[in-house]
Design a protein around this ligand. Structure first.
Ligand code: ARG
Length: 277
């Protein structure tokens, strides 16, 4: 039998990023953060800039959010909102240290003329929300257990008019959905089952029988914290096994070095919000 590799087709995207000029690990709100670990902010900016350039070279549009002193986690731009069909469901951070970031994101969207819906419930934007546009007519996957309140899942469903599937995260190292699961194209996902409750694993297996499944080594290397344009998959360079799996499935892995931002508990996806028109 001849297995022909599927041809993956990229789609042009619009992204939002925020330079890590003020990045530091000044507090610890996830198990990856250790205030005693020194951070090379200049290297963080260099690595982040390479990621931004990679996206631009692939033909994507990258908007920039002005970084603010005193908000060291602002580089993780994915947490500031969740945008689907041109509607922006705003974030409301769990931890006080990051609370002010939501207003910076809101100002950006309002200035650009997006329809912004302010949340009442705690949620960390794309940190805990993913969108698969052609799966089941357009499906939102939502994580809870550490940051986002499950009440925000219902609120997001009402704001966006798309079905939201709640998934229970059970391992504190995978405190956000986007460190355990990612959309790799318009119909499919990649995920690490061990980050989810058994019941949520069953739900994912039912909805996505053809998903790419990652192992714990790749997950702990932040491999799932990836951004895909449908063909090119930007992922942490340490997740080598996952890169091979994606290649075998017809995608083009684009390894990215983000050693400094990993010290804050994030990687590729955390730095990139997708603005879906
Ligand atoms: N230090 C940040 C926090 O703990 C990291 C956020 C990572 N972002 C993400 N989308 N997972 O909130």
């Amino acid at each position: 039998m001849v297995i022909v590799n599927q041809q993956r087709v990229p789609r042009k995207r619009t992204y939002l990023m925020c330079s890590p000029e003020h990045f530091a690990v000044e507090y610890a709100i996830n198990p990856w953060m250790d205030v005693a670990t020194p951070v090379d902010a200049a290297l963080a900016v260099k690595q982040w800039d390479r990621l931004r350039e990679t996206l631009v070279k692939l033909g994507h549009t990258v908007h920039l959010l002005e970084p603010q002193a005193g908000l060291p986690d602002m580089v993780y731009a994915a947490n500031g909102a969740f945008v689907v069909d041109g509607i922006v469901y705003g974030a409301r951070f769990k931890h006080e240290q990051r609370a002010a970031e939501a207003a910076a994101h809101r100002a950006f969207y309002e200035e650009q003329g997006w329809r912004y819906i302010a949340p009442n419930e705690t949620n960390e934007g794309e940190g805990d929300f993913a969108y698969v546009p052609e799966a089941h007519g357009g499906l939102v996957l939502a994580g809870y257990g550490f940051r986002t309140d499950p009440a925000a899942h219902a609120e997001a469903q009402e704001a966006l008019g798309r079905p939201v599937v709640s998934l229970h995260l059970v391992d504190p190292r995978f405190y956000h959905l986007d460190v355990a699961l990612a959309a790799i194209d318009d119909t499919n996902i990649v995920y690490f089952p061990g980050a989810f409750s058994h019941a949520s694993q069953r739900v994912l297996a039912q909805l996505f029988p053809d998903a790419v499944v990652a192992d714990d080594t790749d997950a702990l290397a932040f491999g799932l914290n990836l951004v895909s344009d449908g063909a090119n998959v930007m992922l942490n360079s340490e997740a080598t096994r996952l890169a091979e799996k994606l290649k075998a499935a017809g995608y083009t892995p684009v390894p990215v070095e983000l050693t400094e931002l990993k010290k804050g508990g994030g990687s590729v996806k955390c730095c990139i919000a997708e603005l879906r028109h």
